[in-house]
Write a new protein. Structure first.
Length: 229
């Protein structure tokens, strides 16, 4: 039976509502609600006024302790982060229950109840439940990236942040990092392990053909969201 204009209008409205719900449930909409973090590089402050020629101390020349070497210690200094993130998590659980009961009454052989047999008043029940679950997750991120010192706190702790963007043949890759570093954890070659960064925030994302191929379509995400199974 052909559809009339009213039926077509209802179908169009239903599809529009499904598209709107799918867009609201999409990862892009979820990402838009997250606060935007600043990973822009930091630069050293402007040098002070130059002193006269021949002075022993010149503020415009900067200052670095002899024991510091080439390690980052001031705002704008560059620090290399060695990414050695590797985490494994697993969880398993199992449950088993068993319950049974029985009731048996032997009727008298004579009298008004003699017409009952012994099988007529036997009650048996049994209940069994068994359940099991397993979950496992593994993540690994290795490599190196450089960041800049964004702030130096009174106790000497450094706030570092930075990002690394790669444009590949079939997509883009981005690594963003921020956190707190102790000067004592910086090696002589100006490197620090990512496991030594406090309050570390590391994001590894990608976009392009490969990233799109590994994601579900918007209609499939919608039906997965509303499915009761």
């Amino acid at each position: 039976m052909p559809l009339n204009k009213c039926d077509l209008l209802r179908v169009a409205r239903g599809l529009s509502a499904m598209v709107a719900l799918a867009l609201l449930a999409s990862p892009a909409a979820a990402r838009s609600k997250r606060p935007v973090e600043d990973y822009a590089p930091s630069f050293s402050p402007e040098p002070g006024a130059a002193s006269g020629n021949g002075a022993i101390f010149r503020p415009d020349a900067g200052y670095a302790a002899l024991t510091r070497g080439s390690r980052a210690a001031m705002v704008g200094d560059v620090l290399t982060i060695v990414l050695v993130e590797a985490m494994d998590a697993s969880k398993s659980s199992s449950t088993s229950t068993d319950r049974s009961s029985a009731l048996s009454i032997t009727p008298p052989s004579t009298g008004p109840l003699s017409f009952f047999s012994s099988t007529d008043v036997n009650l048996d029940s049994a209940q069994t439940f068994s359940g099991a679950g397993d979950a496992a997750q593994s993540n690994k991120l290795t490599g190196e990236m450089s960041v800049t010192v964004a702030a130096v706190y009174p106790n000497g702790t450094l706030l570092v942040r930075g990002q690394k963007q790669l444009t590949l043949n079939r997509g883009d890759e981005s690594v963003q990092l921020s956190g707190l570093v102790r000067p004592a954890d910086i090696s002589t070659d100006n490197k620090v392990l990512s496991t030594r960064i406090a309050n570390a925030r590391i994001r590894y994302t990608g976009k392009g053909d490969i990233a799109r191929a590994s994601r579900q379509g918007w209609l499939q995400r919608f039906f997965s969201m509303i499915s009761p199974f």
